[in-house]
Design a binder for this molecule. Structure first.
Ligand SMILES: [Mn+2]
Length: 327
């Protein structure tokens, strides 16, 4: 795998006739912003570009995204000059319908901001200090075209906003705001993004959130650890799809005493852990890495094999206690 710059990757993409864009499974705002921002950017410059998703995107994004391909459409990376993985840390999470082995013999690039990215691409650009993949893409797109078209700017701003919690998280460096400001200058529609992402929740989600807080929320470690298990019964009661859970963990993070927040859900016969930290002295990625997970210092996740939620608690609580001991 050769390390390179985002500019070099852009040059190579712009020379291609056709590009397939991939991201991580259960795509969040940054993954979707990266996919559709690049699709728009490349198409505006005469490159045939397609986005591939494994399933329909989350509800809140459905009215603001462009067109995309699903598995049923039968397209494969071999049908394109170049395939690129965006915002995805490893092969296990890559949303693609063939094994990564199938990509090894093709022209395959990787652009991301996750620590410990292990995608086996021919050309790779990983900037772990970037707030979001969309930040890298927007900055590079603006280098190529200072007057970027509004549609691409919109998608990049969307990803930057979701990965920074609308510029509230500690990954919001000065440069992040400078890039975001340029996107607004290019006509990015902040109101449209904010309304779609934050003010368009179905009522059933609010009801689920209320029950999550009143019935499921648990506090430990002198209330510095807030966590909850979204079990299948709760999901069924509110007809809630876990693909829609982006931002749900911020309810737990919002508790004044909480330093670490964790949301647990079922993933097949295992448990999926999502963790957030509010203090740089307690990087939750340390716990995620112990269980073969990954992410960022302050936002990380892992999958845990356990018989039931009680066992998850038994395994995780001592780890949280140790991490909080660093305060
Ligand atoms: Mn990201």
């Amino acid at each position: 795998m050769a390390e390179t710059t985002s500019s070099e990757i852009f040059s190579r993409l712009l020379q291609a006739k056709s590009v397939l864009l991939l991201a991580h499974e259960r795509p969040d705002g940054d993954a979707l912003g990266s996919l559709f921002g690049m699709q728009s950017f490349l198409r505006c410059r005469g490159v045939k570009a397609d986005v591939f998703l494994m399933a329909e995107p989350p509800y809140r994004y459905q009215n603001i995204l462009g067109d995309y391909l699903l598995i049923a459409d039968g397209k494969r990376a071999a049908d394109y000059d170049v395939t690129i993985s965006l915002d995805c840390a490893n092969c296990e999470r890559l949303a693609y319908c063939e094994s990564v082995e199938a990509l090894r013999n093709l022209t395959f690039f990787n652009l991301d901001h996750h620590l410990h990215n292990s995608i086996p691409a021919q050309l790779s650009c990983v900037e772990a200090t970037a707030s979001s993949t969309c930040e890298i893409l927007a900055r590079t797109a603006l280098e190529f075209t200072p007057d970027l078209e509004a549609q691409s700017a919109n998608f990049f701003l969307m990803g930057m906003m979701t990965d920074t919690g609308s510029f509230r998280f500690s990954n919001t460096r000065g440069d992040v705001l400078r890039v975001a400001a340029k996107l607004l200058d290019c006509g990015a529609d902040l109101e449209k993004i904010v309304n779609a992402l934050f003010f368009s929740n179905p009522l059933k989600q609010l009801k689920l959130e209320a029950e999550l807080v009143t019935e499921k929320l648990k506090l430990a470690c002198n209330d510095r650890f807030a966590y909850a298990y979204i079990d299948d019964a709760l999901l069924q009661k509110y007809d809630f799809d876990l693909r829609e859970d982006e931002g749900l963990i911020d309810i737990l993070r919002g508790i004044d005493t909480a330093v670490i927040a964790m949301l647990v859900s079922r993933k097949g016969d295992a448990f999926k852990l999502s963790m957030r930290s509010k203090d740089a002295k307690c990087p939750v990625i340390e716990i995620a890495r112990k269980f073969s997970g990954g992410g960022h210092a302050m936002a990380a996740g892992a999958t845990l094999q356990a018989a039931d939620f009680a066992e998850v608690e038994k395994i995780i609580l001592p780890e949280i206690e140790t991490l909080l001991g660093k305060l």
